[in-house]
Design a protein around this ligand. Sequence first.
Ligand SMILES: Cc1cc2nc3c(=O)[nH]c(=O)nc-3n(C[C@H](O)[C@H](O)[C@H](O)COP(=O)(O)O)c2cc1C
Length: 419
Amino acid sequence: MAAPPGKRKTPRRLARWSELRPLLRWRPLVVDGVDRRLSRAHTIADLRSLARRRTPRPVFDYVDGAAENEIGIERAYAAYRDLEFHPRVLRDVSVVDTSVDILGGPSPLPLVLAPTGFTRMMHHEGEIAVARAAARAGVPYTLSAMGTTSIEDLVHAVPGARHWFQLYLWRDRDAGARLIERAAAAKYEALVLTVDTPVAGARLRDVRNGLTIPPTLTPRTLAAMARHPSWWFNLLTTRPLEFASLTSWHGTVAELVNQMFDPRADLRDLSWLRGRWPGKLVVKGVQSVEDAVAVVERGADAVVVSNHGGRQLDRAPTPLELLPRVVDAVGAKAEVLVDTGIRSGADLVAARALGASAGMVGRAYLFGLMAGGERGVCRALGILEQEAVRTLQLLGVARMADLSAGHVSLRDRGYGRSR
Ligand SMILES: Cc1cc2nc3c(=O)[nH]c(=O)nc-3n(C[C@H](O)[C@H](O)[C@H](O)COP(=O)(O)O)c2cc1C
């Protein structure tokens, strides 16, 4: 009698070596520890996990954290996560061109590396490693006024690349003016004025971790030292960690910002700066249509719709959601860039489709830096590029420049629509 359904036995036999052999694949042994680590990172999230393991907690939290309850950065991630792509099919995408123009110069990707202060705390190679990786990828890099490498040293170490310099409006206008002159003399292509920082945001992780700049040796930090000996070894055996464009400082970031930055700064200061800077002027930290119009009227060549990676005013407008309205208002006269929350090449494609000439990234490259120095930043940029190419192909778009608003829609989550 036949066995009931489901009880019939599949005939079995012994596996043969001749059949197994072609299935065996040995991964080539990667001897170098950094390369081995990085080869296992396939996304920016993977680099973030590596960064977390490689650096003491206060350093990781300084990068990863945001202001107050960190709602702003969560909303930024959610905006990218929840958007919807609208692909077209049966388009020839065998060859994809991701290049675009950013501020009058060609760039292989719609990407600019954002200014990040105190970069040598994340990894001893610091800004020079980031600038080298950016130069190799052909994308602009923005040196922060709170950086740990000077304007001149960066250009000397990485000549012929697209360097931008970021400035804050300090109480001491003469000190700011001197930096502007140095950046012009060193042939920086663009000046980026950050305007979302009249006072320091409350970065509570830093407060709780007792983070000071430079890091202080307390019983707690000494205990952390034991867990991250190579980070401390690199910190203590390379040139001292200090701000390159400020007199040296010993205290918290918030204390520094509140002492140096000028909460009285207004639009007249922007006109003052426009009169002094001969190159392209980018205003970063614009968070309303009205302000975008006002700064473009005063001579900005570009604006960055940004809430500083959620590190200043928590629950400020989500930059990706504000972007289309800013592009409508000023896009004919100025370029519009966007940052905060970009963690993939697909995010860059989405930002571009919604009218940004480029996306700026901060944490995405810092995680790479913390995971593996210059090679880690190269890995981060490589990941963003691969993801951008694949996204374009799956969208049925052969040229980044051909993306349009029809390729992406934002989910309306009920806030951010009032202005
Ligand atoms: C660790 C860190 C330091 C930063 N330092 C600066 C700075 O010195 N000047 C500035 O204009 N923005 C600074 N930013 C903000 C970035 O330029 C950028 O706006 C933000 O990182 C974008 O968000 P994302 O990190 O999600 O890409 C910093 C951001 C981080 C994460």
